[in-house]
Design a protein around this ligand. Structure first.
Ligand code: ADP
Ligand code: 5GP
Length: 228
């Protein structure tokens, strides 16, 4: 097995963290995880050095200047980044390194690790309604934060849709319906060296997803709620 960078990108609530955890739980000798750095505050139960390295903005920016990041991006007002040292540590251990990152980061990783050094997967839930339900059930964001994340999700899914015909960033689109099936797909793709065959209706499906997500997100807006 040649260790690769396995990028999981998805709108918030898409299931990246769940899939990444499941890969490590099921195949700990094959998949390792790159712990990212962030300026966001820890959620209940999150541990420094395990879920993220929680940094102040000053420390994060110092590490950007020091060239410590493979990629970094701003997301919902906070900074998130992949540390070069994390990726190197996991690859040196002979394992695939799983990155759970947003779309701008996935674009950057692709330029540093072109195919086949990386495999890049965009994950979406079966529908926008399921996405919102899963996010609500996770209970980690306020309604305001949820709305912000959905607005970002619209842009992220739109980027993935535009990428389908050209395959510049994403090799595969994964619909995360049944978790076991989704995890099995990632295991299979981690060892596939080519981009996936285009799924004929995928661009149209993503376009529908964007449209419906805009509608669902619109209905969450306090002003829209008042007027309906
Ligand atoms: P992300 O890391 O992409 O933001 P998470 O992994 O936190 O997403 O998943 C969002 C929520 O959806 C979590 O509460 C998780 O338990 C749930 N979830 C993820 N995948 C599935 C699935 N296949 N079926 C049902 N629930 C899921
Ligand atoms: P959350 O706050 O839900 O943990 O993460 C918010 C978003 O930031 C998610 O899309 C997550 O994948 C992304 N993210 C987490 N770590 C990184 C990282 O190292 N780099 C980038 N670019 N995005 C990240």
């Amino acid at each position: 097995m040649t260790p690769r960078v396995v990028v999981l990108a998805a709108p918030s609530g898409g299931g990246k963290t769940t899939i990444a955890n499941e890969l490590r739980r099921r195949l700990p000798t094959i998949f390792g995880y790159s712990v990212s750095a962030t300026t966001r505050k820890p959620r209940t139960g999150e541990r420094d050095g395990e879920d993220y390295y929680f940094l102040t903005r000053e420390e994060f920016q110092r590490r950007v200047r020091a060239g410590d990041f493979l990629e970094w991006a701003e997301y919902a007002g906070e900074l998130y980044g992949t540390l070069q040292a994390e990726v190197a540590r996991v690859l040196a251990g002979g394992k695939h390194v799983v990155l759970d990152i947003e779309v701008k980061g996935a674009q950057q990783v692709r330029t540093v690790y072109p195919r086949p050094a990386s495999v890049s997967i965009f994950v979406i839930p079966p529908s926008p309604r399921v996405l919102i339900e899963r996010l609500r059930k996770r209970r980690t964001e306020s309604e305001q934060e949820l709305r912000e994340r959905l607005a970002i999700a619209v842009r992220e899914v739109e980027t993935a849709r535009a990428d389908v015909p050209v395959r510049r960033v994403f090799d595969h689109i994964l619909v995360n319906d049944d978790l076991d099936t989704a995890v099995n797909r990632v295991i299979e793709w981690a060892d596939a060296r080519e981009a996936g065959r285009p799924v004929p209706d995928m661009a149209a499906r993503l376009a529908d997803f964007v449209r419906e997500l805009e509608q669902e997100a619109g209905q969450l807006r306090p002003s829209a709620r008042r007027s309906t």
